[in-house]
Design a binder for this molecule. Structure first.
Ligand code: MD5
Ligand code: FE
Length: 203
């Protein structure tokens, strides 16, 4: 089932469900090489969602600002490679939403625990806004805020559940968005957490 969020934004309900076991095995390997950590905003605040990543480029935040880097600042080494299962799912979801030829070089992984949130922001550290972003939700359900092109625009509230995949690009690529503080029952498989994989073409 495809839910239309905007002219070029879709939620593919349950699209990742057939792949969850493979995704979680791959996630465990990524997590071992690049453990979740809380980054700080350039303004010095600690982000409530913890972050890991894989692929040629990883998103980092610190006193120098937001940027993509080939090196994980925590380990001083390259980010772990993008697992084959991640890459395949991202490409299939992009195609299913009408974006052919998507080739992600970065997967940011956010881990939310109860109370973790992400305030309204735009994703604008990528070089080419022509490529879509693909987001995979695993574990606890969350309420996604889908705003407009100004921070003050009214945001729609969209529930995202285990296995849902969101894809957005084109006219919707630079919309403000966020996640309300995580709450609700633990997930049967993942327990009291939500994992979000976001695939981008960053470089
Ligand atoms: C998350 N991650 O769930 C969020 C939301 C991030 C980030 O925002 O930058 O790491 S995935 C964002 C999303 C889903 C569906 C549509 C849109 C964004 N959108 O149209 O902007 O950890
Ligand atoms: Fe974002």
């Amino acid at each position: 089932r495809r839910t239309h969020l905007g002219p070029e934004a879709w939620v593919l309900r349950g699209f990742a469900l057939p792949h969850v076991e493979t995704l979680l095995a791959a996630l465990a390997a990524v997590e071992a090489a690049a453990p979740f950590r809380h980054m700080r905003t350039p303004g010095g605040l600690t982000m409530s969602a913890a972050l890991s990543g894989c692929g040629a480029l990883g998103w980092t935040s610190g006193p120098g600002g937001y940027r993509y880097s080939p090196i994980d600042p925590e380990s001083g080494r390259a980010w772990p490679p993008m697992p084959e299962a991640f890459d395949r799912l991202a490409r299939e979801a992009a195609s299913a939403a009408g974006f052919s030829g998507f080739a992600p070089d970065a997967c940011l992984i956010n881990r939310y625990l109860p109370g973790s949130r992400m305030s309204l922001h735009q994703d604008r550290n990528e070089r080419d806004f022509g490529a879509p972003i693909v987001s995979v939700s695993l574990g606890m359900s969350a309420v996604f805020l889908f705003g407009g092109h100004a921070r003050s625009d009214r945001a729609a509230r969209v529930p995202l559940h285990h296995g849902d995949v969101a894809v957005w690009g084109g006219a919707d690529r630079l919309r403000y968005h966020g996640i309300l503080p995580l709450s609700g029952p633990p997930h049967p498989l993942l327990g009291g957490r939500r994992i979000n994989l976001t695939f981008r073409k960053a470089g």
